[in-house]
Write a protein that binds this ligand. Sequence first.
Ligand code: IVH
Length: 681
Amino acid sequence: MTNEEAQQRIRWLVAEIDRHDRLYYVEARPVIGDRDYDLLYEELLRLERDYPQFRDPNSPTQRVSGAPVAGFRQVRHELPMQSLDKTHSKPDLADFDAMIRRDLGETGFTYDVEPKIDGVSLSLRYEGRRLVQAATRGNGIVGDDITQNARTIRSIPLTLPADAPDALEVRGEAYMTRDGFVKLNEREEESGREPFANPRNACAGSLKQLDPKEAASRPLDIVVYNAGSVGCDGFASHMEMIAAFRRWGFPTAPWSKSCKSMGEVFAAIDELGGLRHSFRFEIDGAVVKVDERRLYDVLGATAHGPRWARAYKYAPERAETVVESITVQVGRTGILTPVAELRPTELAGSVISRATLHNADQIARQDIRIGDHVWLVKAGDVIPAVEAPIPEKRTGAERVFEMPSACPVCGGATVREEGEVAIRCANPACPAQLSRRIEHFASRNALDVRALGETVVDALVEKGMVSDPLDLFSLGADSLSALDVSGHRFGKNAITVIEALASARSLPLHRWLFAIGIPNVGATVARDIAAEHAKFSDLAGSEVLRNVVENDAKKGKDRKILKIKVEAAKAVLAFFSSDYGRRFLERMAELGIDPAREESAPVVAFGPLAGVGCVLTGTLSRPREEYAELIRRAGGIVQSSVTSKTRYLIAGENVGATKTEKARKLGTEVIDEARLLELLG
Ligand code: IVH
């Protein structure tokens, strides 16, 4: 390949990958599968390595490329980033409308109603159609340059199409998705860190991460909704401008309404209010904007914000209840978590009787006492949270909560590690920790042993039948079926458990790695690590992990390993070099289990399903592993989840919508057991 050819190919690949990123992350309608995407990406990586002179700082391979920074550079906004005046009622909004009509002396204009996203406002600047700067609002005049972190948000275009202006600044709101927030908080608490109060704080915290690798692991996204200082003139209306932003590859609000009258504005606000919990982001109101941009100069601005727009804040949904008691739970990693036991009350569609209070510091800070009347809210619209006590309602009978000095389950000593807010039970043999570890081991994304729920596991541990997750594999059918679970014989369920454990033996590496429950190794991290290792037994002496720890990932040639974070690599190595980890590995060998990387499943070249990817889901009439074996014998490849390589999704009863939806998107055929048997001949 000549230099010129290489340069051209790199340019083409950059544009092509950008296009697929846009289709996937912005428009949610991918046109190629993961495998083809990976091929393009890998070719680009290779060419950029061989021809570094043509590497473009805005190449999709450079999204997570920066080294940690010491702090953020301050940048001055060319045009101040204003805020918005707020209203809380329809009469207030009617006053806003009257003010506009008075100032304009005309009536022939339109209002747009949009969601008011509760995130962090950002300015994105492009020069030569390439992203050159991303900055936070700061005080409106000067903000922080967070370009490196913004690049890691996959829906932010790094380059713009040819019909976009050469110089452009757009403004919008970065946010953390609601599910992402829930998962991140689980991770934070597991690591003994303070959880984030809401998705907005989590988003702000992520954008201010000094290490872009950490920022990249946070589920951030953006909606663009406003003009910046350049490139946005020449649009007659706000809606036209938003449509252009969308054409240029920016995500825009998934819902908006154009309204001819205040009656229509009120109706739109009510409609949006009804939808408020259905978005991926949290919204705290609606924004009403004059659509005709020529009127903006006439209307001008106040000290707060433009006079052509107004925020309408929805009343936060909250409910009053009583903290009847505070109990303390012991988690898988020994963390003691105080939980408010509440008088059951309905809030935003569900009845709530418990809410985590996170840790003792938090309770003291909020001054929540046992017996208090409190306001209950949902953090990130999903997690029940005590917002604040209502001190006026105190009778004097309330009691201040004290964290127990010993573990409430095993009575063992507790410790507070340096830099952690959490208090942990220091006894690794604590039955509560063990039960939660086993429950995790058997959970869906781990070894998926359905019949092993909380009560069954508690009974097994209490009877001393298991004292380690691997003990499950030595359980006999007789003793298991005789097990007393809250007054009932476990009975036939024993067979289900034993069969599920038998199938678990051949589950792929990433599921086992996740199942162990190593701190900082969630399901996704486990997949990333598993992708770099052929077998479970390779993890202990892994060079890849050592390279990551030594921050030598680049020398490892393959940039893919950059996905693995130092914390996670360290934790895995620490696990396998601990006494427990070594013993675990030995016992795996004794049990004859050495899970392999997913794709390395042996492929039978002949047979009715040769090379065909299949996923089994739902309740089937025979054990899942039995079907899996039949498929394998017919040459098929049994996968644990639907990917672009899945041809058939074999669906039993009670199949989750996410699986079939994903199958539909990827063009996987959904078939039933009867059809599978036909295919197997
Ligand atoms: S337009 C001059 N549209 O709300 C500011 N802002 O509380 C014009 N916000 O600072 C902004 N969603 O960060 C606009 N659809 C939306 C918005 C929105 C959220 C934020 C923005 C602003 C804050 C004011």
